[in-house]
Design a binder for this molecule. Sequence first.
Ligand code: ZN
Length: 736
Amino acid sequence: MNTLFLIFMTGLIHLVPAPVKTTLKEGVFTLNNSLKVYVAPQAKKTAADAAVYFFETIGPSMGINAVYTNTQPSGNVLIFDLKDATEVPAEGYFLEVSPTCIIISASNGAGFFYGVQTLLQLLPPYVYEPVYHPDQDDPSLSCAVPCILIEDYPRFSHRGMMMDVSRQFYSVTYVKQYIDWMAKHKLNRFHWHLSDDNGWRLEIKKYPLLTEKGAWRGPGEVLATSYGHPGERYGGFYTQQEIKDIVAYAAKRHIEIIPEIDLPGHGKAATGSYPEILCNTSGEAELSIQGVSHNVWCATREENYKMLEDIIREMVSLFPSKYFHVGGDEVVTSQWSACSLCRDFMHSHNMSEPIELQSYFMGRMQKILKKFGKTMIGWDEVMEGGELDRKDVIIHAWQRVDKIKEATSKGYRVIAQPAAYCYLDMKQTIHERGLMWAAIIDLEKVYSLDPIKTPGLTPEEARLVMGVQGGLWAEMLDKPARIAEYQTYPRLCALAEVAWSPQENRVWEDFNKRLSQTHFERLYYMGINFRIPYPDAAYVNGYICARTDYPWMVIRYTCDGSEPDGRSPLYTGPISTDNPEKYLFASFYGNRIRSIVREVDLPYDRYQRPVTRVTGNVAIHPQTPYTVLEDNDFNTYLRVVKPLEEGQYILYTFESPVTAGRISVLTGLPGVDIDPADYAHVEYSADGLDFVPSGSEWKDGRCVFAPKGPVKAVKLCFDKGNMFLTSYIQDLRIDK
Ligand SMILES: [Zn+2]
């Protein structure tokens, strides 16, 4: 045995998620186009799809096609062999590579599929790119697969990812792509958030208005513009045929699709399309946490249950999963207290709190679902207001980690999706796009989750934890292009390992090495627009120094105001300059993957902070008076609580005129960049009386302009077309 060789090879085997047990052996199997495939007779049914998938993947990149043989050849063969479930657990596999053959053994189709996924990770990363990769040095197109024995099976049976297609709509092609990438990471559940306040996304034949009206938002639509796309009719939905197609595509990849329609709150797309669903109320309605009114199904209108049963009947014919998610989060129960029907019902049923109606509603849903043989899943709020049938309800613990304990201690099965670890719409660092109400969630934070390490969890309760899941909410995913992938990867890789690998095999440093040394390259060839860390650049003693923690990262920069791209100059060492403010930096992986663009950290304040008075005529939230815009604190903001109208303005007046190369007028929540003003323009004045246009256009909720001469006042003027209820205005940024 050549020990050095083994140590060398161990360093190169970078599997994600990490398998249960790996034993490296001496030698290699040479994979080339004389490879034969032998599927053992008893494995024909279960292994066929996995074999096809393997060759569909390597065919285009390596030019190797499947050549099946009915007799087992003595060498150069890929063998699929069926084992008994007592030998290999469900979804598990053995993968054995020797110099003469590769054997994948499993007891079910998923096991063969995951064996194939691991085999693909033993091949060069370029196999994932459907482009022919002739090797310059080796025209025979062979590659060496290290001899190895892998024994593997998942830690959790539920390994999921949730996609919100209501706030942003994704095409059939993109959803399939997303599912295939998940499968490559051995995830097995796609939780599809198909309805919310911002769009109903699946065709229901009996209730056509759900998609005729409820799938669209914008000027003149039932649903107002939200989460980007100003001025346009935005939306879409999946036909039942498309749903069937996606479900079948996912099934081939051993991914079960769990549909969700969010009830009884988050229902604006439905209540907007069929207003009779709503409670019988009058007067002002309390807004939901996202600022939406009248989005709750009446809990006691009997016709609503009939309608929901009809909807579910159509859906269960599309989704074979035994699970069905009914939402249950963030319900504005004051709608029920204000409803004559609900009040009467509460009275006659001795209910004192409207939250008890939530429990009643969920109990009804659970009974409807049971009729169709489905198990109900609900967000953890469904535990409030009363007991549900523990055997038939699964709790989706999202609010905090302790909800895992709460639900399991009540005897419910649990899917762990604690927001502070699993919400992949959260920011990855303070400088990046994303929300942060749950936490700033970097890769290491996701990796650190162990759902059964919840404080106080007994072994019995831990057994009720079915698994773990990521969530990709879409409020912030309207831009830039492919941000859904940027938010998902590589954090999903970490989550996949949380869900699959034994806890004792999980070491952050080791994962990070496997990821950055090899798995990034796989993601690159899969075509994923994944996130890479940005470089730090600081100005010290006349020099800009840029640095990164990753040796593979290439740093490029610009000094002409444009953003760095693959042709920008390479950073090779400190840059001497007396004008560091004009430099921008970014890191690159290959030519395609770029980090966010960063300005240089300066040892002095980049901005002027003149004495400013702010006035205006917009509908401001009482907690944010105009004075918050006068403190030059860029974290404070003005909140506007009604849609901005033409003729409304914010006026920033300086005590004495300011001379600046550049002034930025910004809207949207600072650091989060949500809820900007979509339509506006900026004027400025030298004397505070006569105003001239800024000369720069309003784009993405901001205007950056270069004034000609000293400025006494800046006026942010709102134009026609702003529709969103809430918007935010920020302090001016005045360059030195
Ligand atoms: Zn009601």
